[in-house]
Design a protein. Structure first.
Length: 203
């Protein structure tokens, strides 16, 4: 008589040295959850189902992760876990073992690769910042262009904008303000003054 535990067993897969598809050496460990669904097969079909399941998990881990690039190991963890679970479960099925979950726990990257990835991430952030800044300047230029077209069609709008700018400048605590005065803005006053002088001289 052999007693077999039918509860779910937690199997810690030892760290494995893996070379990814893009030739990056990483150190990966995982955990697998399985249970015995056929005690007779687990005892008769294999010498030690615990050791056999552990070995299958280790070899499958190295094989599957070696087919993926580093970015996939870091960003597509759920997909890789699903692939590992299907392969290990299929391999252990003749032994009466049902593997329900396989999870990659840690992916250790060499320090030199970590520094390179940090530099790459920083360069990417700088690139995005420059793109956003350029898009902002482009949109501002487009708005200024539209405003210039509107003001060119309506001179009074340009004069009102000029007066508003003078008001904003005058609100500062500057002692002296020098600003250009457009002739179009002063022409009515000049014409009035010239007309008054002519009237005085005629009288």
């Amino acid at each position: 008589m052999v007693k077999v535990d039918l509860r779910t067993i937690t199997l810690n897969v030892p760290p494995q040295e893996v070379i990814t598809k893009d030739n990056v050496p990483v150190r990966v460990n995982a955990v697998a959850y399985f249970r015995t669904i056929d005690p007779s097969a687990a005892i008769v079909q294999v010498e030690n189902f615990m050791v056999a399941t552990s070995q299958i998990a280790q070899t499958t881990l190295r094989s599957v992760l070696g087919q993926h690039v580093l970015d996939e190991l870091l960003s597509e963890r759920e997909k890789i876990n699903s692939i590992l679970q299907e392969i290990i479960d299929e391999a252990t099925q003749p032994w009466g073992i049902k593997v329900s979950i396989v999870e990659v726990k840690d992916v250790e990257i060499p320090s030199t690769m970590q520094r390179a990835m940090a530099r790459q991430a920083e360069a990417e952030r700088e690139r995005r910042a420059k793109v956003i800044n350029a898009e902002g300047e482009f949109q501002a230029a487009e708005r200024l262009k539209e405003a210039a077209l509107v003001m060119s069609e309506s001179p009074i709008a340009l004069q009102l904008r000029y007066l508003q700018t003078l008001l904003e400048v005058g609100s500062n605590n500057n002692s002296t303000i020098v600003f250009p005065a457009p002739i179009d803005l002063l022409r009515p006053f000049l014409e009035r003054t010239d007309g008054a002088s002519r009237t005085g001289s005629a009288s």
